[in-house]
Design a protein around this ligand. Structure first.
Ligand code: ATR
Length: 274
């Protein structure tokens, strides 16, 4: 059976092995999918070792997504626009190709699983780190009307807006002005506050009448933001589990040439309380 893996740190609780094995069963494919915990200092060597010993594809998660793009020989447009990679695939000529499907996975979760049309949405993006960059351009491509980026550190928000290169639609505001910047149809939490067990202090006033609030994380990390969103009266408060399953499906299709059915896998994870 061919060898696949997810690299991260920490990564012990990754759902990726379970998701890829469930997809593989849909097609009767046998595969090994490992969890490889690599510290930043040893990440590049661990990746090279994996591909030198039969690795057929790797997913990459926090904190290695920038390093994954840097060590690859070639990259997709999505990886370049995200400034990071979450998929590494060896090519026949020996090159390692980097790709990023975080943005596509998030948009597909919203538009296909939850059947939401993002066109015309005034969107607020909280955060300007790696996770925010991975989804910002995909939200613009999906047709949101405007994208307002707010980050605790304003220079990072400005840098992300500059990179997006769409000044008419994407711009920044100060975190301290959240009370007075109006309300939004779509609010995306791309900060790592929840992962770090910190609460965000957000005013209810930013939540529009039919607002959709989305956290890129899932499980315990998403609870503070989603609890806030429900208390603020958001119409939808969604975590990023669907995004994770969709990104896994994209990786699976890239490696195996077949498109898995994501709904039964998503439903099984939910039934298990994820
Ligand atoms: P990731 O890859 O998860 O995006 P990152 O690049 O370190 O990680 O970015 C973390 C993001 O979460 C940043 O936007 C960070 O804000 P700063 O740039 O101001 O540091 C944001 N963040 C983390 N903890 C936060 C908190 N308690 N309140 C607000 N923003 C927070």
């Amino acid at each position: 059976a061919s060898r696949y893996a997810v690299f991260g740190h920490p990564v012990a609780h990754s759902l990726s092995p379970r998701i890829h094995q469930a997809f593989a069963r849909q097609f009767g494919i046998e595969l090994n999918y490992e969890i490889i915990d690599a510290e930043p200092a040893t990440f590049a060597a661990a990746v090279r070792d994996f591909f030198a010993h039969g690795g057929a594809g790797a997913n990459v998660t926090v904190p290695h997504k920038h390093a994954a793009l840097a060590l690859a020989d070639t990259h997709s447009e999505a990886a370049a626009r995200s400034g990071a990679a979450n998929v590494l695939t060896p090519q026949a000529n020996g090159d390692l190709a980097a790709h990023n499907n975080d943005g596509a996975g998030m948009v597909r979760d919203l538009t296909e699983r939850h059947r939401l049309d993002l066109r015309g949405h005034d969107t607020l993006l909280l955060g300007a780190g790696g996770a925010a960059q991975g989804v910002a351009w995909a939200l613009l491509d999906a047709g949101v009307d405007t994208l307002t980026i707010v980050n605790r550190n304003p220079e990072r928000a400005d840098a992300l807006a500059d990179r997006l290169g769409e000044p008419a639609r994407a711009h920044t505001r100060y975190w301290k002005d959240l009370d007075s910047i109006g309300s939004y149809d779509l609010i995306v939490n791309a900060t790592s506050a929840g992962v770090q067990g910190q609460a965000l202090d957000l005013p209810f006033a930013i939540v529009g009448a039919r607002a959709l609030c989305y956290d890129l994380s899932y499980g315990k990390a998403a609870i503070p933001f989603l609890t806030w969103a429900r208390a603020a009266g958001a119409r939808f408060a969604l975590d990023g589990l669907g995004m994770l399953v969709e990104t896994a499906a994209d990786s699976f299709e890239l490696w195996h040439g077949r498109r898995p059915d994501t709904d039964p896998v998503y439903d099984a994870l939910r039934a298990d309380g994820v």
